[in-house]
Design a protein around this ligand. Structure first.
Ligand SMILES: Cc1cc2nc3c(=O)[nH]c(=O)nc-3n(C[C@H](O)[C@H](O)[C@H](O)COP(=O)(O)OP(=O)(O)OC[C@H]3O[C@@H](n4cnc5c(N)ncnc54)[C@H](O)[C@@H]3O)c2cc1C
Length: 474
């Protein structure tokens, strides 16, 4: 075996529990990590994530340096990059899997190319509990319903052979391998929009563990209740760290299992990790859902093309405070609370009848935690056209959702400050305030804040009729 190794870093910016890195450092004297920035994947598609990526590369590079491992950033297409690697480089290549069909495709092409060149390579389990193809029904077909999937998946995980406890070893020295490197700053999005994210996030492995520690010590036992209230810090906010592999979900699972196993909060939390596993299984078994509806009857759904409404939704100017607060939280912080993701998603596909793909695309560009599996599966869940989805006829009422989960309007007032003086009675339906009242608080609905762009009852009936029309065709 060669004395040098190359570790291809993708969604795994961590030292702990990183199988490719552990293997490389335990078997080679000199290890170099490489991140290949393929701008085709990111430009105008995943702009917010460029910020997270750039900051992650910075922190990961300094963590690796302490172990005498260099991190080199190359701008290229991944397959093209490896095609230039020569047998004479005398280097072994390692990476962790990424559970997306397009990434598996790359693995195949790169693996074939390296094999032909007789370059030693090996890939490892990525950031999941189980390999998705290990979890099937008794007849070998994939699950399409979450509960039996997770019952099986969790059981399978608990009964696995214990993981070998290996750690990353310090290497002999740093060696520079590639001449044409770029800097982590070169990845930052061009627009200044990303600068705000600094206020809210610190992308690094140590921050991910601190975040988990805090959540487990303070919030997890109440997660079952608090997770639905967007004004409370009731969820872990680990999603961008998990997405970028700053923490391994196996570490999260282990930590949770050490707690009171019967507690509803702990159970619900590990269930959410289960939903992530489920989404990864779905997109790999049914890759067609990355392009369109999993339930084909939705191909006939009469979606509406309305750029004015779509823009109002994106800008948080629909006139429904809970929807607008969510969309503004997303734009400001690169993250949105799960309950509110469901509310804004439902509003887009049901009240406005705009195709879920528009929402998916916008979230992909703005979310720091965007991942193909969760985003596509969840948008189809909201739209009713996915696996184990919310039925289309169940339409969230944005006024009632607001009154139930943000009773005093604290969340709304945080993100829609023009409604600051509106009393809680009207905070989710400010258009019902009498003009006298609007004058008294100097807040005018229709000028300071928009009137609703659609009327809830009518939008609801139109959505139900549209749904009936596809049922008749099938
Ligand atoms: C329309 C829509 C789009 C979404 N897009 C994404 C996305 O691109 N990336 C993403 O990670 N999540 C997505 N989600 C799921 C969920 O909203 C986020 O994972 C969650 O809000 C992240 O916050 P948290 O880390 O505090 O979650 P917690 O409640 O603390 O949950 C812990 C972890 O479990 C996973 N998780 C939680 N809820 C879900 C879920 N419903 N489905 C799958 N995994 C889940 C995440 O990895 C999360 O970090 C989407 C949900 C909806 C309704």
């Amino acid at each position: 075996m060669s004395s040098k190794a190359l570790v291809w870093v993708r969604d795994d910016f961590r030292i702990n529990n990183n199988d490719a890195l552990i293997y490389a450092t335990n078997n080679h004297d000199v290890v170099t990590a490489v991140f290949i920035f393929n701008n085709e994947i990111f430009d105008n598609k995943r702009e917010a994530q460029k910020w997270w990526l750039s900051k992650s590369l910075e922190s990961f590079s300094s963590d690796l340096e302490k172990l005498n491992i260099g991190l080199e950033i190359i701008k290229d297409d991944e397959v093209n990059f490896f095609s230039k690697l020569k047998t004479s480089n005398k280097i072994s290549v390692y990476w962790n899997k990424v559970y997306e069909p397009a990434e598996f495709d790359k693995d195949k092409k790169i693996g074939k190319d390296l094999s032909e060149k007789k370059i030693n390579f090996k890939f490892f389990k990525g950031n999941v509990l189980n390999e998705y193809n290990k979890i099937t029904k008794n007849d070998g077909t994939p699950f399409k319903v979450f509960s039996p999937f997770w019952r099986n998946a969790e059981q399978f995980y608990m009964e696995r052979l214990p993981d070998k406890i290996n750690k990353v070893k310090k290497c002999k020295k740093i060696e520079i391998l590639f001449k044409k490197q770029i800097k982590s700053e070169d990845i930052l999005p061009k627009s200044k929009w990303y600068m705000k994210f600094d206020k809210y996030w610190a992308p690094s492995e140590s921050k991910a563990h601190e975040c988990l520690e805090n959540f487990v010590n303070k919030n997890i036992l109440n997660y079952g209740i608090n997770r639905d209230f967007p004004s409370i810090d009731g969820t872990s906010k680990l999603s961008p760290y998990i997405r970028n592999g700053q923490i391994n979900v196996r570490d999260i699972w282990e930590k949770c299992k050490k707690l009171k196993s019967n507690n509803v909060g702990v159970k619900k939390y590990t269930n959410e990790i289960g939903w992530r596993e489920f989404s990864h299984s779905l997109i790999n078994y049914f890759p067609q859902m990355l392009k369109g509806n999993l339930r084909k009857e939705f191909d006939n759904f009469p979606w509406v093309n309305n750029s004015k409404f779509l823009n109002a939704w994106k800008r948080g100017m629909t006139g429904y405070p809970i929807v607008d607060a969510g969309m503004r939280e997303l734009y400001e912080t690169g993250w949105m609370h799960n309950r509110i993701r469901m509310v804004v998603g439902s509003f887009l596909v049901k009240h406005l009848r705009i195709n879920w793909k528009e929402g998916e695309k916008y979230f992909r560009n703005c979310l720091l935690d965007f991942n193909e599996a969760n985003n596509v599966a969840q948008w189809q869940w909201v739209a009713g056209c996915g696996a184990d989805a919310a039925p289309y006829f169940r339409i969230f009422n944005p006024i009632l959702q607001g009154e139930k989960f943000d009773k005093q309007g604290e969340y709304v007032k945080r993100w829609v400050p023009e409604l600051e003086k509106v009393p809680s009675k009207f905070i989710h339906k400010p258009w019902e305030m009498e003009i006298k009242y609007q004058e008294a608080i100097n807040t005018f609905i229709g000028s300071d804040y928009p009137m609703p762009i659609v009327i809830h009852e009518k939008a609801r009936n139109d959505a139900l009729n549209a749904f009936q029309s596809i049922k008749k065709k099938n």
